[in-house]
Design a protein around this ligand. Structure first.
Ligand code: G6P
Length: 500
């Protein structure tokens, strides 16, 4: 790996590079393309175990592009890991950023997940703001920016991911003006009235404006950002463009998606089809299976969804003999109080509903609190008659897209919250207001009684949309926009890049 830039600070990083990164060029990425995310794309159960690639759309979308460009992924290796050396795994170069236990508490659990996460999700839990969380957020963001400045080749493209790292683009631009920087926010970006609460609103906006392209899941997110820039900074945004000194910053939507072919293939795997039949037989062939799959998070609306199912079971239209809900809840952020509370609330409700409507050997709610392997997940998608995706707010929601991709026979119904990014594209779902328990109960009833012809019409139209724009298109579009936006800035006179 070589370091050659026209920036002083980058020259400093060249003089004193990370030894690990420089030791072995054949193994290391050349840093022409760098992804920076809170987490590395790999995990392991303990420091003695081998690394495994983490599941998920972002990782599978970016891996092929990174491999092609001998890229580098910079991120945290997870709370079990102390600082570890850069390493290659499955053809990708990983650069771990150490985060101390105190920083995990203040930067990750605190500012990222107890200030920003609830604020950006419509404040559906009250966000907490503490100065002793903000300072570690700045410090950890600086560490990520410095590590990136060391690893990125001259004029490299850097893709910064998500709300944990909103200051990185600004810090990185100061350290390395030659870089082309994209930032993508995976979660919603809130309206002016909510974002205005944040005591550090201006710093966050200025941090994001260090990027050439600031990407959002929806057009509404991008518009919120431009309005906020106009209100709280000295820069001016018109349409999708914001002038920051001589640079043009582009703010627009790039709705993320899934690896459609992978889900379609899994849905044709005979072993998975057999497993789906087994699930149906275990739950009861004659029963309608409703399915929920979520991280155990208060934004997902699992509690009100359960109450809507309870309403159906209280009505004279359904009993435990004809209806079952399988709710898969993946443990998440278990050291944050609100996550502990939502878990007890949900588990209490499951107990109440099963106690009130269950029979010996037949329960209405099958509650699984664990992460399912992808094969088991797909078997559940195949077994389910109705998929319930009812978050109070969600950046996109890929579970909704995965369910549709797996419905090869055009059967099944998606009940989808209108407050998800996915609802923009999946407008043939049965759309619901997740705060309206009676409305959700009626929507589920409508889904249960929908004719096969109507199901097919809707699923077919949604499958086509998802097939047409996969996560690989997302990655190409975003990368393409970073290239186009930065060359536009250069021709506009803002370029400080070493183009030699
Ligand atoms: C959301 C965020 C991701 C995050 C994931 C899991 O999807 O947008 O950035 O990685 O949740 O949360 P965790 O806190 O475990 O990383």
């Amino acid at each position: 790996m070589t370091f050659k830039t026209n920036s002083d600070s980058a020259d400093r990083s060249r003089d004193k590079p990370s030894e690990d990164v420089q030791n072995d060029d054949s193994q290391h990425g050349n840093g022409d393309l760098v992804v920076v995310a809170n987490r590395l794309p790999v995990h392991r159960s303990c420091p003695e175990s081998p690394w495994e690639t983490s599941p998920g759309g972002l990782v599978s979308a970016l891996m092929p592009i990174l491999r092609e460009h001998h890229g580098v992924w910079i991120g945290w290796a997870g709370s079990l890991e102390a600082a570890s050396d850069p390493f290659s795994h499955e053809g990708l170069f990983n650069v771990p950023v150490p985060i101390s236990p105190d920083e995990v508490e203040n930067y990750y659990e605190g500012f990222s997940n107890s200030s920003l996460w609830p604020l950006y999700h419509d404040a559906c839990q009250p966000p907490h703001y503490h100065r002793h969380w903000w300072n570690p957020y700045v410090k950890v963001n600086r560490r990520f920016a410095e590590r990136t400045a060391e690893c990125a080749a001259p004029n490299a493209r850097v893709l910064v991911q998500d709300y944990h790292l909103q200051l990185v683009p600004g810090m990185l631009r100061e350290l390395r003006p030659d870089l082309r920087i994209g930032f993508f926010l995976h979660i919603p970006f809130p309206p002016v009235e909510l974002f205005a609460q944040l005591p550090w609103r201006q710093q966050i906006l200025e941090g994001l404006l260090g990027a050439d392209v600031v990407g959002f899941q929806t057009r509404a997110g991008a518009q919120n950002f431009i309005r906020l820039v106009n209100r709280y900074t000295s820069h001016r945004g018109v349409g999708q463009a914001i002038m920051v000194g001589q640079r043009h910053v582009q703010a627009r939507e790039f709705p993320i998606s899934i690896d459609f072919d992978r889900f379609e293939q899994l849905a044709q795997d005979p072993a998975i089809i057999d497993r789906a039949e087994e699930i149906r037989a275990e739950v009861g062939e004659h029963r309608t299976i409703l399915l929920g799959v979520d991280r155990l998070d208060y934004t997902k609306g699992i509690d009100l969804r359960l109450r809507a199912v309870d309403e159906l079971l209280k009505s004279d239209r359904h009993t435990v003999n004809d209806l079952a809900l399988v709710q898969v809840s993946v443990p998440s952020r278990e050291s944050v109080d609100e996550y502990v509370e939502v878990r007890s609330r949900i588990e209490e409700l499951v107990g109440q509903i099963n106690g009130a409507h269950g029979e010996v050997g037949q329960m209405p709610v099958h509650y699984l609190r664990r992460n399912l392997p992808i094969e088991e997940l797909v078997a559940n998608y195949l077994a389910a008659d109705v998929m319930l995706v009812t978050p109070f707010r969600d950046g996109m929601n890929l579970v909704a897209k995965e369910y549709i991709a797996c419905r090869l026979h055009d059967t099944g119904v998606l009940v989808l919250s209108e407050f998800t990014g996915a609802a923009r594209e999946l407008d043939r779902a049965v759309l619901v207001n997740p705060h309206d328990i009676d409305g959700m109960a009626s929507a589920i009833e409508r889904a249960i009684t929908m004719t096969k012809t109507e199901q097919a019409r809707r699923i077919r139209s949604m499958r086509q949309k998802i097939r047409r724009r996969t996560v690989f298109d997302w990655a190409n579009d975003f990368l393409g926009a970073v290239d186009a936006a930065s060359s536009f800035s250069m021709t506009a006179g803002g370029g400080t890049r070493d183009t030699s």
